[in-house]
Design a protein around this ligand. Structure first.
Ligand SMILES: [Zn+2]
Length: 277
């Protein structure tokens, strides 16, 4: 595992590098990871937020690697992942490929793919075969990218290292998230390169652990409910007692996602802003 140093290209596997952004924070951990990959030309995955210095770092990394940037992919359109695409495209002439933007008020609505990618299609990334895997859940438009010959999955915010991701309804969906986690078992994956944090060297264990963690939280959510209707704000202190209070605002989003899934499963009711069994 290499140190996480902003701006420096760090090799991950042959023909793939990570460049950490300079946006550490509560929601971004050490910052957003941008990746470059390709044998004779480079594809950038997740150019990051608008940040001239990070764009310069990506251009410098490409120069150091000695290959031109010809393509930019994004895993999803949260504002810490995609808005840097335009400055990078202006500087390089690279084309923009990725998902459409859901209209939930949480997205980078400057993003527009020149071509919208579909689940299962294969891309030629400068001589590297990359498969697109649709993984809705964290957000409805989330895509992962599989570097097939290295069995390396670029996970964006589907799975990040050292933490769980927020599922924010309505575009984020807990049932979709669990399905998208299970879907990864259908692929040969030996390494994950996440949107935040270092590489994940135990993909199978991480997927299993994450599913178990979510189902455990779902149990807690259900146990916290009784016949007395309660709001999400009332429930969050009961369900997320193990999480520091300053994170409860964010936890409310994932809590609501759990409640919506329980309602889909016909186990809870929602009436006038209150939830009950
Ligand atoms: Zn995100």
């Amino acid at each position: 595992m290499a140190a996480l140093i902003p701006g420096e290209p760090t090799p991950i596997v042959p023909h793939a590098w990570r460049v950490l952004g300079r946006n550490p924070g509560m929601m971004t951990g050490p910052g957003t990871n941008s990746y470059l990959l390709g044998e004779h030309a480079l594809t950038v995955i997740d150019p990051g937020p608008v940040d001239e210095e990070h764009t310069r770092a990506l251009l410098a990394a490409a120069k150091q690697i000695g290959r031109p940037i010809e393509q930019i992919l994004v895993t999803h359109t949260h504002r810490d992942h995609s808005p840097g695409a335009h400055a990078l495209a202006r500087a390089t002439g690279a084309r923009l490929l990725g998902p459409t933007v859901p209209d939930d008020g949480l997205q980078d609505d400057t993003w527009q793919a020149e071509r919208v990618l579909r689940h299962g299609e294969h891309l030629d990334c400068g001589g590297i075969d990359v498969e697109v895997i649709a993984t809705p859940g964290h957000v409805g438009n989330h895509l992962c990218y599989l570097m097939v010959d290295q069995a390396l999955l670029f996970t964006g915010d589907h799975l990040i290292q050292g933490s769980t991701v927020v599922i924010a309804p309505p575009s984020g969906s807990m049932s979709a998230y669990l399905n998208s986690l299970a879907l990864l078992n259908d692929y040969a994956i030996t390494l994950m390169a996440p949107g935040h944090g270092d590489v994940i060297s135990d993909p199978k264990g991480t997927v299993e652990h994450t599913i178990a963690h979510r189902l455990e939280r779902e149990k807690k959510v259900f146990a916290a409910l009784d016949a007395n209707p309660a709001t999400v704000q009332e429930l969050v202190t009961r369900v997320y007692a193990d999480v520091p209070a300053f994170l409860h605002g964010v936890a409310c989003l994932s809590l609501e996602a759990h409640l919506i899934k329980l309602r889909e499963d016909d186990r809870v009711r929602h009436d006038q802003g209150k939830w009950s069994v």
